[in-house]
Ligand binder design. Structure first.
Ligand SMILES: [Zn+2]
Length: 250
């Protein structure tokens, strides 16, 4: 019982995450363009995990290329820091593998290449602007300054949750392609991204899945409750570990 070597660890991770969708990528120049099946297993360029089998600690470094766009240096620094804090806050958790509990810590790092491209923006209009991460164009994390009317604490908390959610789309897309990512794990329609008739209400107890949509007509929670109970689902954290470059510390 329990995991004592890298092979056991691999087997336990692979057994617990479901079946990944094969993804085709296009590479090479115009004339020699090749479409090939990507070796998705532990091949992700923007995630690296270090596993300590003795202490049962897993540290995951993820790499993001935050784009400054028209932001001032101080706004850029603030948004980078909030986005990274949001990702850590909502993705850190414990996961169980073959009966062992592992503690997982996610650290986002800024890097220009081999990273997730993210545009950072501040919306000053009073209408709420939707962030997105479709996997086809650069992700966009939007800080809603106008909507919360100068209540910076509210804008900050919203932005941290949104950043963690949008980051998660890169995890879902890598693992399960657009069928998993655009449907918010089967809680929204794929293209319109509106909730389905089968989508349940927000759970009033226990975890709220960071990556799912819920039907607030069937069950509603306060914003404070949402911020407190939202968390990346255990399976999605395991998927992130599975796709990352894995090393084991003795
Ligand atoms: Zn989403």
């Amino acid at each position: 019982m329990g995991i004592s070597n890298p092979t056991d660890f691999h087997n336990a991770v692979h057994a617990s995450i479901g079946t990944p969708t094969a993804k085709y990528v296009t590479s090479g120049h115009q004339k020699s363009r090749k479409r090939r099946k990507m070796p998705k297993l532990h091949a992700n360029e923007w995630a690296e995990s270090r596993v300590n089998l003795k202490t049962k600690m897993i540290t995951v470094n993820v790499y993001i290329d935050y784009q400054q766009n028209s932001l001032s240096a101080s706004d850029y620094a603030k948004l980078k820091s909030l986005a990274s804090r949001g990702i850590s806050n909502y993705w850190n958790r414990s996961v169980s593998l073959a009966g062992d509990k592992f503690h997982v810590t996610i650290t986002p790092n800024y890097r220009r290449s081999r990273s997730i491209d993210v545009d950072l923006h501040i919306e000053t209009d009073k209408d709420y602007a939707r962030s997105h991460n479709t996997g086809f164009i650069d992700a966009s994390f939007i800080y809603n300054k106008g909507f919360f009317r100068g209540m910076n604490g509210m804008s900050d908390r919203d932005f941290m949750l949104v950043s963690a959610h949008e980051f998660g789309h890169s995890v879902l897309e890598y693992f399960g392609d657009t069928d998993l990512s655009w449907t918010h794990k089967n809680t929204t329609n794929k293209y319109l991204q509106n909730i389905k008739s089968t989508t349940p209400g927000y759970p009033s107890t226990g975890e709220i899945d960071l990556m799912k949509y819920y039907d607030s007509n069937k069950g509603k929670v306060s914003a404070a409750h949402l911020y407190k109970k939202s968390i990346a689902d255990e399976i999605d954290v395991k998927r992130l570990i599975w796709m990352s470059n894995l090393t084991f510390t003795p």
